[in-house]
Design a protein around this ligand. Structure first.
Ligand code: ASP
Length: 318
């Protein structure tokens, strides 16, 4: 397994939440707080990454992750290159590693990698030169560590005591790298209970190994929760077509006004985006008073600044 920490326990790469010490996760969240508009520096832009080059290397579509990594790097004064690989020489047959080595030759210091294959970011981390960092921006259904960190920051700002938290994740947990990283982070930070609410084809293959309780009825799973995280159905990662219509899914698992009657009044409603309105969540819920979905987006900038700043603060080249 690729090491994420250096010999001094500092962040070297960020590939997965699994195995990271709780103290390091807390340090990332605390650093992120220091970059938030209300608690952060009076000017948005700080010189921590001046002279460094951050390459966003995306082999899969992205809206929030790519743009907030770009903004985060720019607010740290880095130079930023955005590579959307379907527009690159991959279409001429270039191997992913040759793309990586080419960009490294241009002086990249940090690669932010999104890829459809599980483990791709770790594979890149094995190949980069010493001192070059790889940040996983989502690999297949495996992990999305910065999303989990921004989710934890969003939760912590409203409900600081993780030991009292019950969190329900609703929907396509089986194919969701966000869910896998959220579950790792919630366990590491000591959440009291993690529930997964899904129909059988979207349940994780071995929920027992994830340390979660499973429910196949929304009302029952939502009783008493502090946070509910809805997920998009990830058709692109399925081997077979899902045998549930969007209408049936919305009726049984959608976050709709009717289905949320069982949700406690002070619960937070979250979603990593992109949302499919009228399927896993209705628009009035996504933009309603209990939703923190846009806070998640905003907190993503601070979390990504924190991760890059902490890597720069290590003894690496950046
Ligand atoms: N944006 C998240 C991801 O890249 C969630 C999703 O695509 O549904 O995993």
């Amino acid at each position: 397994m690729t090491r994420q920490l250096d010999d001094d326990g500092r962040l070297r790469h960020l590939l997965t939440i699994a195995g990271l010490p709780a103290a390091l996760l807390t340090e990332i969240l605390d650093t992120a707080e220091s970059f938030l508009p209300e608690t952060g520096p009076p000017v948005k832009k700080v010189p921590l990454l001046r002279g460094a080059t951050v390459v966003n290397l995306f082999f899969e579509a992205s809206t929030r992750t790519r743009t907030t990594f770009e903004l985060a790097a720019k607010r740290l004064s880095a130079d930023v290159l955005n590579m959307q690989v379907e527009h690159s020489s991959k279409t001429k047959g270039e191997h992913d590693l040759d793309t990586l080595f080419t960009l490294q030759a241009m002086g990249a210091d940090v690669f932010v990698v999104r890829h459809p294959d599980n483990g791709a970011a770790a594979g890149f981390a094995e190949q980069v030169a010493p001192g070059v960092a790889v940040l996983n921006a989502g690999d297949g259904s495996h992990a999305h560590p910065t999303q989990a960190l921004l989710d934890m920051l969003t939760i912590r700002r409203h409900k600081p005591d993780f030991s009292g938290l019950t969190v329900a994740i609703v929907g396509d947990v089986r194919h969701s790298r966000v869910a896998h990283s959220d579950i790792d982070a919630l366990h590491a930070l000591g959440a009291r209970e993690i529930r997964v609410i899904a129909p059988p084809p979207l349940m994780p293959a071995e929920p027992g190994n994830l340390g979660v309780r499973t429910h196949d009825r929304l009302a029952e799973g939502l009783a008493g929760v502090d946070v509910v995280i809805a997920l998009r159905i990830q058709h692109e990662r399925m081997q077979r077509t899902l045998d549930i219509t969007p209408e049936d899914y919305r009726r049984d698992f959608g976050l709709t006004a009717e289905n949320l009657q069982a949700l406690p009044a002070d619960a937070l409603i979250m979603h990593p985006g992109p949302i499919n309105r009228g399927v896993e969540i209705d628009a009035d819920i996504a933009y309603g008073p209990r939703s923190v979905i846009l806070e998640q987006v905003r907190n993503g900038i601070a979390v990504r600044m924190a991760v890059m700043a902490m890597i720069a603060g290590g003894r690496h080249r950046v």
